[in-house]
Design a protein around this ligand. Structure first.
Ligand code: IFM
Length: 462
């Protein structure tokens, strides 16, 4: 294909007004963990536990974005993206989770949102990207219904402060990770390994989302859009054996349908009680919750990285009453001869197409979709050809999904800059821009220029 042909193909693939952006989150980039009254979050506590985060790293300093945000926004200008997705740190706004909000935290996000708008970039604000105030975790965290109520209050306070500057609101980022990975697997904060508690957390996160949507709607102007972001991993059976097919279905429930069914279908997943009944009485579900959780959203954010291949496996714990929420008698396997990322993650662009088309097929009233994260992890190469190939392939299937009729409105690359990759610390890098953590120097990688040119070709960057 010639350069002109490529440009024509890109213009045709993405409709006018298609939103191009990059995404980050507060704890992964801000640093300044003890500044301006910020209270501790569950991630500060988790990182202090020996052995749970690679190299004993933490987000204490991260990319120092709290002080270097203007430089980072200038990187966005250079990229030509029309939107930027960031998250607010709840403990900057409510240092203990309760009481009066701290103005200084809200002022930081005001500066950030205004700085974006000054540059002609639309803010997409995520209210919760995993950093629960430790004060709330001390009272049970997401296991408790009260945390959902606190989240809705926090959403209302943030909207009061920023409603005139932020047109797109995302309540939660990846509730699967905040609940099952954090309270079930224990790989993320708060590091719990529970059955009932993790399922309660999943439910209360969804409830918090629904309550927050209602509070935001009361205040939002007609142009404001409210949604939620899920990480979706279409799950396929590793073989055609019935036990593997059943195992894949259980994993799909845990990762995907546990969240999509109440949010988009207004019902609990049909096999939720069957799969989870042995480990929980699901007594956290109350009458009326489904109506709150399933209230319409203006868009769905989809984060896609990989597909899952599952087969049956022995339960880790024989006694169902002692099982964690991720002990499902299933394990993941790699497909034959996989293509992998610089972190060894299996790369299957087709999974993004399946995610998008599968959502549209399963949920007839599916709201418009934004791909709020998609990206490639490696160890930080500046000439990151692997990332470029990954992005190109995933953008191509996004175009295919649009051509097939899925209403995809935007694409956000994860991530603008290298950052704190949770339990993997700083070794895993997803940025279009390299960060030297000793000097905090930012250096655009090859993918930064490639993405800039791609957006320019697609012609709808702003
Ligand atoms: O870095 C994370 C992000 O916080 C949530 N989605 C996946 C990314 C890459 O692992």
């Amino acid at each position: 294909m010639t350069a002109i042909d490529e440009q024509t193909a890109r213009r045709a693939a993405f409709p006018p007004g298609f939103v191009w952006g990059t995404a980050t989150s507060a704890y992964q980039i801000e640093g300044a963990a003890a500044e301006d009254g910020r209270g501790p979050s569950i991630w500060d506590t988790f990182c202090a536990i020996p052995g749970v985060v690679a190299d004993a790293a933490s987000g204490d300093h991260a990319c120092d974005h709290y002080h270097r945000w203007e430089e980072d926004l200038d990187l966005l200008t250079g990229l030509g993206t029309g939107a930027y997705r960031f998250s607010l740190a709840w403990p900057r706004v409510f240092p203990t989770g309760y009481g009066q909000p701290d103005r200084r935290g809200l002022d930081f996000y005001r500066r950030l949102a205004d700085g974006l708008r000054d540059r002609g970039i639309t803010p997409f604000a995520t209210l919760y990207h995993w950093d629960l105030p430790q004060g709330l975790e001390d009272r049970g965290g997401w296991r408790e219904r009260d945390t959902a109520l606190r989240f809705a209050d926090y959403a209302a306070v943030v909207h009061e402060a920023l409603g005139d500057a932020v047109p797109y609101w995302i309540t939660l980022n990846e509730p699967y990770c905040s609940s099952i990975v954090g309270y079930g697997e224990g790989r993320h904060a708060p590091g719990a390994r529970e059955g009932h508690g993790a399922l309660a957390a999943a439910h209360h996160l969804l409830l918090g989302h629904g309550l927050a949507v209602a509070r935001l709607r009361e205040r939002a102007g007609p142009e404001e859009q409210i949604g939620i972001t899920l990480n979706m991993s279409p799950t396929v059976a590793g073989t055609g054996a019935p036990e593997d097919v059943a195992a894949a279905r259980r994993m799909d429930l845990m990762v995907n349908r546990q969240f999509t069914e109440p949010l988009l279908g207004g019902r609990y997943a049909e096999d939720l009680a069957e799969v989870y009944g042995p480990i929980s009485d699901l007594s956290f579900q109350r009458e009326g919750d489904l109506e709150i959780i399933g209230a319409p959203v203006d868009f769905l954010g989809v984060n896609y990285y990989y597909r899952l291949h599952a087969v049956a496996a022995p339960y880790a714990e024989a006694d169902p009453a002692r099982r964690t929420a991720c002990d499902l008698g299933a394990r993941t396997v790699e497909p034959a001869a996989p293509r992998t990322s610089g972190l060894g993650w299996v790369v299957e662009p087709r999974g993004l197409y399946d995610t998008l088309s599968g959502l549209a097929a399963r949920y007839p009233g599916l709201p418009p979709v934004y791909i709020t994260e998609n990206g490639y992890g490696d160890r930080g190469e500046l000439d990151d050809q692997g990332r470029i190939a990954y992005l190109a392939d995933h953008l191509a299937v996004t175009g295919d999904a649009i051509a097939a009729g899925v209403d995809v409105r935007g694409y956000f690359c994860w991530s603008l800059i290298d950052n704190f990759e949770w339990a993997r610390g700083y070794d895993a890098r997803f940025g279009l821009v390299h960060v030297d953590y000793r000097t905090q120097a930012r250096t655009p990688k090859a993918s930064y220029g490639w993405f800039r040119d791609y957006i320019a070709d697609a012609g709808t960057g702003r």
